[in-house]
Ligand binder design. Sequence first.
Ligand code: SF4
Length: 260
Amino acid sequence: MKKRPTVFNIQKFSTHDGPGIRTTIFFKGCPIRCEWCHNPESQVFAPEIMLNKYGKEELIGKDYSIRELVKKIQADQIFYDQSGGGVTFSGGEVMAQDMDYVVELAKECQRMGISVTIDTCGVAPRENYEKILPYADLFLYDLKFIDSQFHREFTGIGNELVLENLRYLSQQKAAIDLRLILLEEINADEETAEAIIDWLDKENIHVDEISLLPYHDFGRDKYKRLNRECTQNFIKPSDEQVETIQKVYESAGYQVSIGG
Ligand code: SF4
């Protein structure tokens, strides 16, 4: 029996969640808690109340049948076809939702010729990745920290599962865009970039692209609107710093983009 996941946003004409023009489905619920998260309303699996910009209570999260979501996705197929786009399943964490539902949705999209991208933090059972693999054209794969202690400190859990799933997807020759958050004074430095490159080399991991995601604090206000404390105390790295890191990856032969 499939359980309908909660969806908290459907973003049409998105250009940051994979190639071309896309519809991004944001599934609600995430197994980790990144301190820099700019979508705190994505973390809890169930619908919840959040104040809107005008101070009025709004219920965040709604469930859809597969047929309803497919209809919404299909509505913009002409734009996907013209731009090389498609649909992105994001979150929260799509891979921590009911996989029978997610796989069937992806299958339907594939059947209609719509390309599927999975945006994931890597924290989900391996079998979920095995199930979605035949229907996914691209993985946007977050690597928060290569050091497990740092990962635990800033997300609540170590990174062993994240690394193991990344290894698996690479071995299966999945297309991977590795996405790296950059936090000033924490990991936005050349040493961290070199450590990640060394690890990818040592593990023989192939990624098609690296996306550098400089921290921004646009989500801070949302914590207040959810009646939650925002403990974020990060600094956005400078453009020069980001360019320096970009060069480190480029010199190692990676194709690098900045931003999502
Ligand atoms: S993985 Fe993404 S959605 Fe989950 S807490 Fe981290 S930033 Fe937020």
